[in-house]
Ligand binder design. Sequence first.
Ligand SMILES: *[C@@H]1O[C@H](CO)[C@@H](O)[C@H](O)[C@H]1NC(C)=O
Length: 143
Amino acid sequence: MEMKMQGLVLLVLLCAVAQGRVYTRCEWAKLLKDQGMDGFEGLKLDELVCLTKHLSNYNTQAINTNPDGSTDNGIFQINIKFWCDDGRPNGRNTCGIDCADLLDDNPLDDINCAKLSSLRARTAWKCHCEGKNLTKYTQGCGL
Ligand SMILES: *[C@@H]1O[C@H](CO)[C@@H](O)[C@H](O)[C@H]1NC(C)=O
C-alpha cells in the first residue's frame, strides 16, 4: 500500500515537471487570430486549426521522430534539423531559437517560427485539410 502511494506521488511529480499545454480548439483558434496568422500563406483560420489539429492535436509538447532520427517539435511539428538549435554543430537554425523552446508551454515562438516555413507543404495539410469542409474547426468559437 505504502509503495503504491509512493509510486503515485512520483507519477504526479513527473507529470508536473513534464507539463506542457494542450489548447482547446477555440483557445488555439483565438490565439492564432490574435497573432495575425489568419490569412498566412492564404490559409484561413479554420484551415490553420485543422492543420495543427492533425500535426499535434494542439499539444505544445508533441514530439515525433523522423526516419533520419531528427524530431518534429511542438504544436506546429517543426523539424529540429533546419529550424532551431538542437546543439549539433552542423544543424541549421533558421528561426534563431533553441529547439527546447518549441516544446515549452509558450507557443508564441512556435508561431513565429512557423511563419518562416511553408504550412501548405505539410503532409497533414494535404491529407486531412486541403479541399475539405473545415467550418467545424472554428465553429462556436465566436471569432
Ligand atoms: C460545411 O459543414 C457545415 C457543418 O459543419 C455545414 O453547415 C455547411 O453547409 C458545409 N458547407 C459546405 C459548402 O458543404
